[in-house]
Design a protein around this ligand. Structure first.
Ligand SMILES: C[S@@+](CC[C@H](N)C(=O)[O-])C[C@H]1O[C@@H](n2cnc3c(N)ncnc32)[C@H](O)[C@@H]1O
Length: 187
């Protein structure tokens, strides 16, 4: 099963070309109303597709992925591209990484995507299956979520399946997407 993570052609390239600040993901980050895009830590980066969209729209993004193969694939895809000037991919455990930040280094937004969303496109579904196989069974994200809330200077954004309850209490507002919901926790 081959992964397709190209910035030039295929579903990711198409998604990046058509990305707008008014789409549901950037709306959850407040992009339509901001003059300066926020600094973001994507603490469950996977193949960094969401992180790439945020970087494309001007956010400065650090993406943390604990599975080295996934982080390497994402880093290779952006290598030498303009996107790579705003997106840095790191391998490691995000909870430990966030705990090591000084207050000055804290990002405005921490993003969590525990859901392996599958869009209707066959290639994206295949990519997500590979991603899920490499990542292994999902574990309890409660302590990463707590750490994210402690570190984020402005908000935590969590991607959820529309049928699932929020990851934790205290949702400030939710942005409904086509097949997902983004729960926003403001500080
Ligand atoms: C659903 S995928 C994210 C997909 C991603 N939003 C994208 O656009 O490609 C979730 C990822 O979070 C990673 N992950 C889970 N817990 C983590 C942790 N504590 N630190 C770093 N990565 C973690 C998993 O390895 C998995 O690759």
């Amino acid at each position: 099963m081959a992964l397709e993570l190209s910035l030039r052609h295929g579903p990711l390239a198409q998604r990046l070309r058509s990305a707008r600040k008014t789409d549901s993901l950037p709306r959850a980050f407040g992009l339509p109303r901001r003059t300066t895009p926020p600094t973001v830590v994507d603490a469950m980066a996977g193949l960094c597709r969401d992180a790439m969209v945020l970087a494309k729209l001007g956010c400065q993004v650090t993406a943390i992925e604990r599975v080295p193969a996934l982080a390497m694939l994402a880093a290779a895809a952006i290598d030498g591209s303009e996107l790579g000037t705003r997106l840095s991919v790191q391998t490691g455990d995000a909870e430990t990484w966030l705990a090591g930040l000084s207050p000055e280094q804290a990002p405005e937004v921490v993003y969590l995507d525990p859901m392996f969303a599958e869009s209707g496109k066959a290639q994206v579904k295949k990519d997500m299956q590979v991603c899920r196989a490499l990542a292994g069974p999902p574990d309890d994200t409660a302590s990463l979520f707590a750490q994210a809330k402690q570190v984020a200077r402005e908000r935590v954004v969590v991607k959820r399946h529309p049928d699932l309850p929020p990851l934790g209490p205290g949702v400030s507002f939710a942005v409904e997407g086509e097949r997902v919901r983004f729960d926003v926790y403001l500080r």
